[in-house]
Structures are given as structure tokens and as C-alpha cells.
Design a protein. Structure first.
Length: 401
């Protein structure tokens, strides 16, 4: 069987979470369909040779111009761009798989158009459409809702990571029989220990527990940014009260300085604001499996990003998620709800006003019992995942070879 996966990876941006979902899904479908041929549509410059799959450049819709997006979509309908590698792959696959991600939202309209176009191309040639690990919304314009509704109706299997997304899919007209409420795709990604030279360079603490922190750039990477100043103050209070080291684990970086700030720049601003009290160790942006391993060595995770929470919880590590808008609230609460810990999702400004310190110390002092609780939850997750794989496998076996 020939599978085509669409994933949000590119050479321009290193994004640990997107790469983790892709790697996990390649592994998943290889287990379900031994011997299948896998092609992945990726962004320019992405080197996925180590994954052992064929790579093709994805269709690039404009992120800024609806007129240009509509023009490209219409041209595809009348048979243009037949020589584009992504079009060839879509028209020759047996199954199109839209890999996990939180990008089916008004914030990234180009992805809605791309997924819709690829699904229409594949379906026109008799291929089936499968979606896994999705977050939907919360916001769309009328046209985006129309395209997403059509995409959901094409899909014979749609995996959704949050109850919010599940409800929205039903609102958009999805058949409930095609929906699957699931964990994030990367929960069961196999970890890979950090090389000894990287560990040595980080000077990781060996004799005491430490806290993993991931924060995306929120404003300027400057000590004059009130978010930086207040977060540094909170981390200092937590470190002093727990005698724990703090390690910053960035998840996103960009290829050129002309791009937006990466996480490392914000981590460096935090380090300056801390004035070595405590010293903030900053890891490089790591391959997904190594970032997973490192996160799971911590005793507590604090993050504004989604996948550090997924990584931590999957290893039985208590986690606090900080959200700043409705989109991040839904994703972060969604991850924590799977662990029955929605109360660990804090609104950012509220957290920086004192709740983060209180919550972190509470989790720190009960972390042993929480780890046992999370390990029991992970056992349930594994049982649920086996059931999901069985049902997804049965769905795939019904497809033409």
C-alpha cells in the first residue's frame, strides 16, 4: 500500500513537536502496514533521510493572501500543476494521511487550503483520507469552515486530541462514526538518550532533581520585557524553595536571523534576568526523541508550549501548562485533561502574578505520589492505544492495496 503523509516540517524551521508527531506516525503506520511505501510531503529544505521514507515538496499556499490561495486551489481543480511532486504523490497514493498538528485554525489558513486541496486530489483518484492527532480551531472565517467541513466529510478516520476539537468536528458536519478521541501522536514516541558530549556541555545536575522549562517568545527577548522579568522572578522563587536546578529546553528555532525569534533567544533573556540566581542551563534545540528523553529526566515541567507537557506526562512527570489565548488554552488543557490534571493549566498573567510559584511548590512536594498516579494513567493510555491501533488497523485493511 502506498501512503502519503502531510506533515508540518521544513528546513526553515526546527520544531520539535511537529517532528515528534511525524516520527511517531511513520512508526505507527509501519507497524500497522508492514511493507507499506511511505512518502511525506514536507517544507523546503527538510532533511528526513534518517526516517527512511521518500520526501516530496508540499504544495505551498500563501499564508497572507486569500486571493492567491483561492487562485491556486481553483487551478488545481482544472488540472494545473500536474507535474508538481505533491500533486503526483496525491494522485498516486492509496491513502492520504494528514499527520498531527494544531494548525487547522484561522491562524494558519494556508494549511487548511493545502490539506483540503491534497484531500480533493487524492479522493478524485479513489484514495481514502485519514487524519490523526488533530486540533481544530477555535477560530475560522466562513470559507475556512467550509473547506474544513469538506475535509472532515472526506476523512474516513479523524483522530482528535481534545474534547473541544471533537465537538467542533461534529459541529462542522463530521460523521461521529469516523471520529476518534486520542492522545497526541507523540505520546508513545521512543526516546533517545542525549549523547554524552551534549550532556557534558549542559553540565546537567546529577545529584538532585531539576525542573524543565520551555517558553515560546512572548514579546521581546529582553530583561525589560515584563513577561521575562516576572517569569524570572517566579523561577527564582521556585528554585530557592526547592533547591532545584532549572534547565531550559527550547522547541523551536529558525534557519535565519530574519525569521521570528526562536525559543533559545527567549531562554537567554531569562538567563540574563536571573543574574545566575539560579544559573539557567539552556539546551540546544534537540531532535525530537532526544528532547523527549531529556524532558522525562526532569522532576517537573513548566511550559507555554504543548509538546513539553506531552513529553513530561508520557514519562510520569508532573507538568504545568501556561496559556495566553483561547487557542493555547484549548491545547494545553487538552493535554492535561488526558492525565486528569486540567487544574495544572494556568492563564499566563495569573501565573506570573503568583499562582505559578504556588502551583509549582504544591506539585513539587507531592511529586512522588503524582508520579505513581501518572504511571497508572500511562498504563491506561497504553491499553487505549492498543484498542485504537486495532480499530485503525481494521480500517486500513478495508482499503484497496
Amino acid at each position: 500500500m502506498k501512503l502519503l503523509l502531510i506533515a508540518d516540517v521544513s528546513g526553515r524551521t526546527a520544531h520539535v513537536g511537529d517532528e515528534a508527531m511525524l516520527e511517531a506516525n511513520i512508526s505507527l503506520f509501519r507497524r500497522l502496514l508492514p511493507g507499506c511505501e511511505i512518502t511525506v510531503a514536507v517544507g523546503k529544505g527538510y532533511d528526513g533521510s534518517r526516517l527512511g521514507v521518500e520526501m516530496v515538496p508540499r504544495l505551498e499556499f500563501s499564508p497572507h493572501s486569500e486571493v492567491e490561495r483561492e487562485k491556486l486551489l481553483e487551478s488545481l481543480k482544472i488540472g494545473s500543476h500536474l507535474d508538481h511532486p505533491a500533486v503526483i504523490a496525491a494522485c498516486s497514493c492509496d491513502t492520504l494521511i494528514i499527520s498531527g498538528g494544531g494548525n487547522l485554525s484561522r491562524s494558519w489558513p494556508q494549511h487548511i487550503y493545502e490539506r483540503s486541496a491534497m484531500a480533493q486530489l487524492a479522493a478524485s483518484k479513489g484514495a481514502r483520507i485519514i487524519m490523526v492527532g488533530q486540533t481544530l480551531g477555535p477560530d475560522f472565517c466562513l470559507r475556512e469552515r467550509e473547506l474544513l467541513s469538506e475535509l472532515l466529510r472526506h476523512s474516513i478516520w479523524t483522530g482528535l486530541r481534545e474534547t473541544y476539537s471533537y465537538a467542533l468536528a461534529l459541529e462542522l458536519g463530521a460523521d461521529i462514526g469516523t471520529l476518534s478521541y486520542q492522545l497526541d501522536d507523540a505520546v508513545f514516541l521512543e526516546s533517545d538518550p542525549l549523547p554524552k558530549d551534549v550532556l557534558a556541555k549542559l553540565k546537567m545536575p546529577r545529584s538532585r532533581p531539576w525542573i524543565a522549562v520551555t517558553v515560546h517568545p512572548i514579546g521581546d527577548a529582553s530583561v525589560h520585557n515584563p513577561v521575562v522579568a516576572r517569569l524570572a522572578s517566579c523561577l527564582r522563587s521556585i528554585a530557592n524553595a526547592t533547591a532545584a536546578d532549572i534547565v531550559f529546553i527550547p522547541h523551536v528555532s529558525f534557519e535565519t536571523q530574519e525569521e521570528p525569534l526562536g525559543d533559545e533567544a527567549f531562554g537567554e533573556a531569562l538567563a540574563r534576568a536571573l543574574y545566575s540566581n539560579p544559573t539557567l542551563r539552556i539546551a540546544p534545540v534537540l531532535p525530537a526523541a532526544q528532547a523527549l528523553w531529556l524532558t522525562q529526566q526532569s522532576a517537573l515541567v513548566i511550559s507555554t508550549r504543548y509538546h513539553p507537557l506531552v513529553f513530561g506526562l508520557a514519562g510520569g512527570v508532573p507538568a504545568i501548562g501556561l496559556w495566553s489565548d483561547e487557542y493555547t488554552r484549548r491545547k494545553i488543557q487538552g493535554a492535561l485533561i488526558h492525565a486528569s490534571r486540567p487544574e495544572e493549566a494556568l492563564e499566563l498573567q495569573d501565573a506570573l502574578a503568583g499562582r505559578l510559584v504556588t502551583k509549582a511548590l504544591d506539585l513539587w512536594h507531592t511529586r512522588s505520589a503524582l508520579k505513581d498516579e501518572l504511571q497508572a494513567r500511562i498504563t491506561t493510555w497504553r491499553e487505549d492505544e492498543k484498542e485504537r491501533m486495532t480499530r485503525l488497523g481494521e480500517c486500513l485493511k478495508c482499503l484497496p492495496n
